[in-house]
Design a protein around this ligand. Structure first.
Ligand code: SF4
Length: 422
């Protein structure tokens, strides 16, 4: 087949741009080795990660097959009623682009999504065709992330996972009422049913692989989803409870929070301005607290304050609301108690626990671990430091420990979402 590169280039400009609104790609969690005569490989956790300053993954060729869609989701620039310029790749064109970009070392893999062409199943079949061709005909062993097209049949979802490292079904909104308002053709139930099917098959494949050497792999990097933040009035509390539920029920690797980006000729229902990127960052921080710090979503917000504070991180905010739990003795406290100290990250808590049998930990030791003492010192007791209880209860404690006001850097904002240290 002859590829017209100038045509491809103009399609690429449209379809790569249209794909940037989907935040749910990240090339972690898969290992795939090059076979004889094959091409590419996926290294272990994190090797393929690359984040643009705005936090979106750039190491993958991230494109849509088409930005035409029969659905009319109000928050989406590709909806049927949008008057954007349209384009469509053929499966063969995507295969060629992926291979060429890979050979030139531009990318480590492919993230492929699409608007819905004639039907969900027809579109999903085309996405699968790309992945299958890359794997079978071209022995491509790089990373592939396929989006599950809303409304696809179970049979096709299960086929997608055979060729892709990761699959993702976007839930888009935390509750059905939000979908009813903005994307009435979609349901939470449909998305969670897809997640359930993927989660079940991932587990079955893992079991099969323990028993049979050649058992087929299924989405070895698991599944993710995306929630759009700020397009409706749903609070952080609602969003975090939904995420916690999804993690528990469907073993998701990540929930990606994507601040709603205003689109041209948007529906009057949608907010005109951009939602705060700090809000997106606070949600990522709270998400880490739920996944790695054993917080429950309900501890991070309250009925009176259903949104996360923007001026302070959610763990510090929790500590300020729960001062009776402090100060914590670093030399005797449990892992769970240490994880709740502002500034104590998961790795540093492990280091402290490893040090304890051999020495009494001092404030200097805490400083050497690069834990921010400005924040942590009010909440801990060490061998040589015992903060005045008055200070822990002081009205101005928040002001003392608050980070200095400074110009917001998009890169910094996303960094804690990557490192997870809080
Ligand atoms: S189904 Fe997807 S591509 Fe189509 S309008 Fe909705 S969000 Fe956009």
């Amino acid at each position: 087949m002859t590829i017209k590169w100038d045509v491809l280039k103009s399609k690429l400009a449209i379809l790569a741009d249209a794909a940037k609104y989907d935040a749910s790609c990240s090339s972690s969690g898969s290992q795939r080795k090059r076979e004889n005569g094959g091409m590419g490989n996926v290294e272990g956790m994190g090797i393929c990660h690359s984040y643009a300053p705005d936090g979106r993954c750039i190491s993958l060729l991230k494109i849509l097959m088409t930005n035409f869609c029969i659905f009319d989701c109000k928050y989406c620039v590709n909806r049927v009623s949008s008057d954007v310029k349209r384009a469509r790749f053929t499966p063969e064109e995507i295969v060629q682009l992926t291979l060429e970009f890979y050979r030139r070392n531009y990318i480590e893999g492919l993230f492929l999504s699409s608007g819905i062409i004639n039907s969900s199943d027809e579109t999903m079949e085309l996405l699968i065709q790309v992945a299958k061709s890359l794997r079978i005909e071209h022995k491509f062993q790089g990373y592939i992330h396929l989006k599950v097209v809303a409304g696809s049949s179970q049979e096709l979802i299960l086929k997608a996972g055979l060729w892709a490292d990761r699959v993702s079904a976007n839930i888009e909104m935390p509750v059905q009422e939000d979908l009813n308002a903005l994307a009435p053709a979609k349901t939470i139930k449909e998305a969670t049913t897809s997640m359930d099917q993927i989660a079940t098959r991932v587990e079955e494949a893992k079991e099969d692989q323990k028993k049979f050497f050649k058992a087929p792999r299924f989405a070895p990097a698991g599944q993710t989803t995306q929630m759009i933040v700020g397009a409706t009035e749903s609070t952080d509390s609602v969003i975090l409870h939904q995420s916690q539920d999804l993690y528990k029920k469907y073993s998701l690797r990540r929930v990606y929070y994507s601040a709603y980006s205003p689109i041209p000729h948007a529906d009057a229902f949608l907010p005109r301005g951009e939602p705060s990127l700090v809000r997106e960052n606070r949600l990522y921080q709270a998400d880490w607290l739920v996944r790695f710090y054993k917080f429950d979503a309900k501890e991070l917000t309250s009925t009176d304050a259903p949104n996360l504070p923007l001026d302070i991180d959610p763990k510090t905010a929790w500590a300020l609301r729960n001062r009776h739990a402090f100060p914590v003795n670093v030399n005797t406290a449990s892992r769970e108690e240490l994880l709740r100290v502002p500034g104590f990250g998961v790795k540093n808590v492990e280091r402290i626990l490893q040090m304890r049998p051999f020495r009494r930990i001092t404030l200097l030791d805490i400083g050497k671990l690069r834990i921010p003492l400005k924040r942590a010192k009010y909440f801990i007791i060490t061998q040589d430091h015992n903060p005045d209880v008055y200070l822990v209860d002081a009205n101005d404690l928040k002001e003392r420990i608050k980070p200095e006001d400074k110009q917001l850097s998009l890169f910094d904002v996303k960094l804690s979402a990557v490192s997870g240290d809080l």
